[in-house]
Design a protein around this ligand. Structure first.
Ligand SMILES: Nc1ncnc2c1ncn2[C@@H]1O[C@H](COP(=O)(O)OP(=O)(O)OP(=O)(O)O)[C@@H](O)[C@H]1O
Ligand SMILES: [Mg+2]
Length: 332
């Protein structure tokens, strides 16, 4: 759905040149929720704004739904941009317009017939849970309600892509979760492709399918959230993972009569008694030294560090059984 090829962006301010992005290659599939995480100043907003060319890259190509946006003239670009909605950290609503007029704004600009606007706005109010607030002004709304207006407005033109620039960073944790659920609901209902940027791993873990980590303008790691989360490769990624959970770490090898294992479970297997069945069959004993069970998007996962004690050959057989059962097992 979206392809960024070799995106580089320099900002020239007086005599100083800031390289905000260098050589970014990314592909976002249709219907997925793709997260980009990075520290402040990493280049996240610049990257997101390159997707609709609010920020024109110094070099590289931006291809959305098969069209190279960087090659278009102003008029064609405007046309293509209707496929791309955007929401912002500080909502960017018109303070002098009601909720309903804020949502209708892009439709009026596109000269949509009045009856169609009314129908569409009612649908969007319903979808975002704002029906009872339709005649209020932004100053009369909470942060979460303002972001719902932002989402409704972004969806008014039936976009195929929604770009979210730190859409929950100004909200408290509970409101953040309600906005994330709304985004997930929209993604599932309409197959809308969502690209969101954030500095919070919680956001990535809650709703994203894949994630890219950017650091000082370069892409340092990307992959499925489950893989990046459970096995972070880059130190910056590890820092972000540590925001939401203590890493489960395999200590150095113990004495010969014991082996230390780090076992990773994913999906429904998390709830199966695989470990206890394996030790019953081989007669070794185990103790759990560290562990966590949680969810990534809706997928349950678990990581455990266990100490197996007993006969050496039986321990080896236990490890083989666990691996044959499809678990990821690291041995100290
Ligand atoms: N219009 C601009 N002119 C000059 N430099 C800019 C401009 N916009 C961004 N930069 C610089 O580019 C780099 C990347 O900025 P960007 O806003 O993309 O980062 P970010 O990851 O979104 O940060 P934050 O989390 O603080 O929003 C920073 O060094 C920033 O100072
Ligand atoms: Mg930013």
């Amino acid at each position: 759905m979206i392809r960024l090829e070799g995106i580089t962006k320099h900002y020239d301010t007086g005599s100083r040149r800031v390289t905000a992005l260098s050589g970014i290659d990314l592909a976002v599939a249709k219907g997925e929720i793709f997260g980009v995480i990075g520290h402040s100043g990493a280049g996240k907003s610049t990257l997101l704004r390159s997707i609709n060319l609010l920020e024109r890259p110094t070099s590289g190509r931006v291809i959305v739904d098969g069209t190279d946006l960087t090659a278009l003239g102003t008029k064609q670009l405007q046309e293509q941009r209707r496929k791309i909605g955007m929401i912002f950290q500080h909502f960017n609503l018109l303070s002098s317009a009601t909720v309903e007029d804020n949502i209708a704004f892009p439709l009026k600009l596109a000269k949509t017939p009045k009856a169609d606007i009314r129908r569409k706005v009612s649908e969007l109010l319903e979808l975002t849970g704002l029906t009872e607030h339709r005649f209020k002004y932004p100053s009369q709304l909470s942060g979460g309600q303002k972001q719902r207006v932002g989402i409704a407005r972004a969806l008014a033109a039936d976009p195929q892509v929604l770009l979210c620039d730190e859409a929950t960073s100004a909200l408290d944790p509970q409101t953040t979760n309600s906005i994330l659920s709304l985004l997930l609901d929209i993604n599932e209902r309409f197959g809308l492709t969502i690209v969101l940027i954030t500095h919070e791993m919680h956001v990535i873990r809650s709703i994203c399918d894949r994630v890219a980590v950017i650091h000082e303008g370069t892409l340092v790691e990307q992959g499925r959230v489950v893989d990046v989360f459970l096995k972070p490769q880059h130190p910056v990624t590890l820092e972000f993972v540590e925001q939401v959970s203590d890493p489960v770490e395999l200590p150095p090898a113990a004495d010969l009569a014991a082996r230390l294992l780090k076992i990773t479970f994913l999906g429904e297997r998390t709830y199966e008694p695989i470990l206890s069945k394996a030790v019953q069959a081989t007669g070794v004993t185990f103790s759990i030294l560290q562990g966590t069970i949680s969810k990534l998007k809706q997928v349950p996962y678990g990581q455990l560090v266990v100490k197996l004690e007993g006969d050496g050959a039986a321990i080896e057989r236990t490890i083989e059984t666990l691996r044959a059962d499809g678990l990821d097992v690291e041995v100290a």
